[in-house]
Write a protein that binds this ligand. Structure first.
Ligand code: HEC
Length: 317
């Protein structure tokens, strides 16, 4: 009975998700007594990166707009990409973060991810403790229950390997009962728009970065390389000198050998494993964050290199 209830809820969630996508200007207020309220979400106890105890329903989601994902800190490729992408969304949301919008990254490996380990992780990704984004841990049983209720649990694959966990995450507004499943590879501007506008009331829509989204939506023709860069790389890299999670990439095609860059983009993990000196040095300098292996094919690598080269040509010496 319970399982059927969950499936029905997920189906309805999907329906609302589709409605939101179809009419992104639609303000969708859930009917009174929304099924995704207090009776649906458990009020389980979690502990944040500062060791503070909180309750999931009362403290984390009630009357808030939230993004909830599940991570583990010693995860290779997918979690750093996810964290970096959300970090960009966080920046776009500006002062809305911690006011009406909150992010929660909950560990699926609570034995390893103590509050102290989570705190170190936030420092690695330069996420301040007053930023409206908390990293949380709790009992394995509670966290698993939560993931099931949010439709983010895949017991078929996960039993074998933690790293196979789904990287999708939920964004939602508890008060209106709107919940949408998203992917960390959605463009940050799209996610910021969903959180800051679609899930909110229009009145709250005052952030200029979000307004710029309407412009961004009408993207001019983009090369394949630029498109890839925006979707996969821009969350960690600027095209200038500004440091992100990874180095600013201005000038990189001048200081590095093309063949090295191609090998790096194809399999950064492999170069690191081979103890390539440049890769090892960068890894140390950038807080030991693993650049994800996106399993790019040759054409995609070529497109990206061309895009980076054009970027470097455009810069005056
Ligand atoms: C999760 C963050 C992240 C993402 C996403 C990411 N990178 Fe990186 N990148 C890094 C980090 C961190 C380094 C530094 C080396 C390390 O720590 O592994 C790096 C290093 C690099 C370097 C070497 C810079 C140098 O000085 O030689 C290049 C080039 C690069 N990345 C390009 C890309 C491209 C292109 C993409 C998209 C396909 C991308 N990166 C996606 C984090 C990321």
């Amino acid at each position: 009975m319970k399982a059927r209830g969950i499936i029905a809820c997920l189906k309805r969630g999907l329906f609302i998700g589709v409605m939101l996508l179809l009419g992104s200007n639609l303000v969708w207020a859930a009917p009174k007594g929304s099924p995704w309220g207090k009776d649906y979400f458990p009020n389980i106890e979690l502990v944040n990166q500062d060791g503070k105890k909180v309750h999931f329903y009362d403290d984390l989601i009630k009357d808030k707009i939230v993004a909830i994902n599940f991570i583990f800190t010693h995860c290779g490729d997918s979690c750093p990409a996810e964290t970096a992408s959300l970090r960009q969304v966080q920046r776009l949301l500006g002062d809305r973060m911690g006011k009406d919008i909150f992010f929660y990254s909950i560990s699926i490996d609570p034995d390893h991810d103590t509050p102290k380990v989570l705190k170190a992780y936030t420092e690695k990704f330069k996420i301040g403790s007053d930023s409206g984004w908390s990293f949380l841990t709790g009992s394995k049983k509670d966290v698993t229950l939560l993931r099931k209720l949010l439709g983010l649990y895949r017991d078929d694959v996960e039993a074998a390997k933690l790293s196979e966990h789904t990287t999708s995450f939920m964004i939602g507004n508890e008060a209106t009962g709107q919940w949408v499943k998203r992917s960390p590879f959605d463009e940050p501007k799209v996610l910021a728009h969903q959180l800051g506008r679609v899930l909110s009331s229009f009145n709250a829509y005052h952030n200029s970065d979000l307004r710029a989204y309407d412009e961004a939506q009408r993207l001019p023709d983009m090369s394949k390389g630029e498109e890839k860069f925006r979707f996969r790389c821009a969350s960690c890299h600027s095209l200038g000198n500004e440091e992100g999670i990874g180095p600013g990439l201005q000038g990189v095609t001048k200081v590095r050998d093309r063949a090295w860059l191609a090998r790096w983009l194809k399999a950064p993990d492999k170069l690191l494993a081979e103890k390539d000196p440049i890769a090892s040095d960068l890894f140390e300098r950038y807080n030991k964050v693993n650049m994800p292996n996106f399993k790019l094919d040759d054409a995609e690598v070529e497109g990206l290199l061309k895009y980076l080269e054009d970027n470097d040509k455009a810069v005056k010496e």
